[in-house]
Design a protein around this ligand. Structure first.
Ligand code: IPE
Ligand code: IPE
Ligand code: MG
Length: 255
């Protein structure tokens, strides 16, 4: 008889040995692929946009929790370069979400010392979306707490392509030679240039893939997947992910 295959969870995780979160080893950069809004809505017989609205309400709880735990950067995948393939009404709704979210939450973000940041291709985003985000960036630019990095119209391959184009231009201009292109030079040309790589990646909704998210930056990140749909994600799930992270041994190729 075939042995039952274990899933993507480690042994400790399968056995549910979740301990308390230790404040001294909190991941400094947490990235989240917030997935499952559509399925959450479908299960309730609601339109997909109802799932996005509900998902938006989760963000603020997780931001607060991350900030209070001392997480330095929280990157949230809100819209990918591939999400333009969706029906127009859904895309339009998603493009209104940053304004909706910030119109309510910006005063709290300012008060909580959160610094808003954007990662993604600004050019194809509607003016109203960019306007809301730029305003939040401006109003929080002196804040020194959690960096809230929104990945909006973000695609990792596009990001890498434009980094290569920029570097190639510098080579052509004679500023650097091909031999001088290092890991560090590439990192410097990405949209995350002043951020450390994520320590922990969370993806909700049971999908075990990256969907073009931070391919370069996730080289040594710890992954945590959950079947929970994003609108159902709570602070407790977030703590569980961090607790699992704290039980992992990061070796970076060493022993
Ligand atoms: C994530 O939820 C939100 C975005 C991608 C914008 P989905 O909309 O992908 O929800 P599912 O995966 O269809 O359930
Ligand atoms: C990834 O989710 C993008 C965001 C969460 C913003 P998708 O729902 O777009 O990913 P796929 O299509 O299932 O891979
Ligand atoms: Mg999805």
């Amino acid at each position: 008889m075939l042995e039952k295959f274990s899933n993507w969870k480690s042994k400790a995780e399968q056995e549910n040995k979740i301990e308390e979160v230790k404040l001294e080893n909190v991941p400094k950069h947490v990235a989240i692929i917030m997935d499952g809004n559509g399925r959450w809505a479908k299960k309730r017989g609601l339109p997909r946009i109802a799932g996005h609205r509900e998902g938006m309400n989760v963000i603020n709880k997780i931001v607060k929790k991350a900030n209070s735990l001392g997480v330095e950067v929280l990157t949230l995948y809100a819209f990918s370069t591939e999400n333009w393939k969706r029906p127009k009404n859904e895309v339009d709704f998603l493009m209104r979400l940053p304004e909706r979210y910030l119109s309510v939450e910006l005063p709290k973000l300012i008060e909580e010392n959160v610094k808003v940041r954007l990662m993604g291709c600004k050019e194809s985003l509607p003016a109203h979306t960019i306007g809301a985000v730029d305003n939040a960036i401006e109003k929080t630019k002196h804040n020194t707490g959690l960096i809230l990095n929104f990945a909006l119209n973000y695609g990792s391959r596009d990001e890498i392509v434009s980094a290569i184009q920029d570097i190639a231009k510098e080579v052509v201009a004679g500023n650097i030679t091909p031999d001088q292109i290092t890991d560090g030079v590439i990192t410097e040309h990405l949209m995350t240039k002043e951020l450390r790589d994520p320590d922990l990646l969370i993806r909700t909704s049971g999908e075990i893939r990256l969907s073009n998210f931070m391919l370069w930056q996730l080289a040594y990140t710890e992954f945590w997947f959950t079947d929970v749909l994003w609108p159902d994600f709570t602070e407790q799930h977030f703590l569980e992910a961090i607790s699992v992270y704290q039980q992992r041994t990061r070796r970076y190729g060493g022993i």
